[in-house]
Design a binder for this molecule. Structure first.
Ligand SMILES: [Zn+2]
Length: 492
């Protein structure tokens, strides 16, 4: 019976997560649809306990502290009630402790696999900041041996009275940071953001292989984050105070109304998937890359696919782990594998096909989680569609040469291969050859070349005249207004 109830709960959570995918927040109150959705679902209540360093009390009486903390809890409930089944209860008379020491907590290996799925307490532990100029910062998620989740070592400037804070004030900013940091750590406690969404805010493409595709959350044109706007107001990604992605909120109402969780965060919080990472991931033993023609939608067979594992923290090193050709289904498989950390949460896929523009696409562990948690898929497909290269059609209907880099011929090759490129005007041209690790091995051309079609032969030797080993190489043509890179295979 208990098992049956549990699976009913999971189904309802899944329903809620699915329901909420396209949900946009109403202002200050839950929408009728959301209320109805919650009516069918048993809410999960968590007892909150505050463990505060006595220095935080300052001049306040204990009653004043209690009154203020009750408002913190109201605001946390507002934030979590927008999208999740989680609610918090707080009895200030029994669950506020002033203490000089951190409440006992221990790190459980496996991301809290042994922890209860629901019903546990959540503890909030804060000390006075050691950086008065900056004020509020810090915090980490841990688990107490009793089963409680702990948002610990939060550093606060003060215990604020929400109702006396004015828009744009430093005090409101500090209070907001506190709410943001508590929410961030509580999201972790429920299992979200293993290896941290915010590490993906900025990632450099260090592959040295065109097309180069950096990730930059703060670039309005960014392709990666542009497709993941649900992350923009999530405290696991960023603090929304004065954040232009979500309209620079600095008033209490704007902040409360703007904050929200990414779709995958909602699914994770509702199902409390912190129990085990494996429950939140599709089968990654065979992650599939599918390449199609952007115009016809048909599979692109014989496409070169390179996949790098990219470290999502500085210095963003890229390790080439797959170099393969798509099968008749336009597909390449690879094993993601390993444990998940900032060294293993992000892949960059690049596809190269003669007659098509090359393309780069990032795939993160969070996309894989979303595939399973939100879309209920047990596989993680990554799709790339390539656009055919077309010339510019002139008024009399003939094709005018534009800057074009063609696929080398022959390819694969054994002794020499010819690289053909067309220039729309005479230009200074640089042609460089890189090995599969992105290391420059030969500057083949560094001179002015004439308008129209040009050919250059590579003899398979590096800059010091030595034959290079079998493998994949990249050739890059660069002029003032044109850069293009293609891949070639040398077989000895
Ligand atoms: Zn974190």
């Amino acid at each position: 019976m208990k098992l049956l109830l549990l699976s009913k709960r999971i189904l309802l959570s899944v329903f809620l997560a699915t329901f909420l995918i396209n949900y946009t927040f109403s202002v200050a109150e839950e929408s009728p649809e959301l209320k109805e959705a919650f009516e069918n679902i048993e809410l999960e209540y968590h007892k909150l306990r505050f463990y505060l360093h006595p220095d935080l009390k300052g001049e306040l009486t204990t009653d004043e502290v209690k009154n203020r903390l009750v408002k913190y809890v109201e605001d946390l409930n507002f934030i979590f009630a927008k999208q999740t089944i989680r609610r918090f209860t707080f009895n200030p008379d029994s669950n506020l402790v002033f203490t000089l020491v951190q409440p006992h907590s221990a790190y459980f290996p496996g991301g809290g696999c042994d922890m209860p799925r629901s019903g546990y307490e959540i503890w909030i532990h804060a000390v006075l900041t050691d950086n008065p100029l900056y004020g509020t910062y810090g915090g980490s998620a841990s688990f107490d041996s009793s089963g409680a989740g702990v948002a610990s070592r939060l550093k606060w400037d003060a215990i604020h009275d929400r109702d006396s804070l004015t828009g744009g004030s430093d005090e409101l900013k500090q209070y907001w940071r506190q709410l943001n940091h508590i929410t961030h750590e509580v999201e972790h406690i429920f299992g979200a953001g293993i290896s941290e969404y915010y590490n993906l805010n900025i990632v450099k493409d260090s592959t040295m292989v065109e097309p180069i595709h950096h990730i930059n959350l703060f670039d309005p044109e960014d392709l990666f984050w542009g497709q993941r706007q649900d992350y923009w107001a999530d405290p696991l990604t960023i603090n929304i105070w004065d954040n232009n992605l979500v309209g620079n909120p600095t008033t209490y109402e704007d902040l409360m109304n703007t904050i929200g969780f990414a779709n995958v965060t909602v699914a994770i919080i509702n199902s409390s998937s912190r129990r085990c990472l494996i429950e939140t991931l599709p089968d990654l033993n065979m992650t599939q890359i599918y390449v199609t023609d952007e115009i016809t939608g048909l599979p692109l067979t014989d496409t070169y696919v390179s996949i790098w594992k990219v470290r999502s923290v500085f210095p963003y090193t890229a390790e080439l782990i797959v170099d393969n050709i798509t099968d008749p289904l336009g597909m390449v498989e690879f094993e993601w594998g390993g444990t998940f950390s900032n060294f293993n949460n992000l892949f960059l896929v690049k596809a190269f096909h003669s007659g098509y523009e090359s393309k780069a696409k990032w795939a993160s562990i969070f996309d894989a989680q979303e595939e399973k948690m939100v879309h209920q898929n047990n596989h993680f497909p990554v799709h790339l569609s390539l656009r055919p290269v077309t010339g510019i059609v002139s008024s009399n209907g003939t094709t005018v040469e534009t800057n074009i880099l063609k696929q080398n011929y022959p390819n694969p090759f054994n002794s020499t291969t010819t690289i053909t490129f067309s220039l729309e005007k005479t230009a200074k041209v640089n042609i460089k050859i890189y090995n599969s690790l992105g290391r420059l091995i030969r500057i083949l051309v560094n001179e002015t070349e004439s308008i129209g079609e040009n050919k250059i032969v590579w003899d398979g030797k590096d800059d010091i005249g030595q034959r290079v080993a079998s493998g994949a190489y990249f050739y890059q043509v660069h002029t003032d207004n044109f850069t293009s890179t293609k891949k070639m295979i040398l077989l000895q």
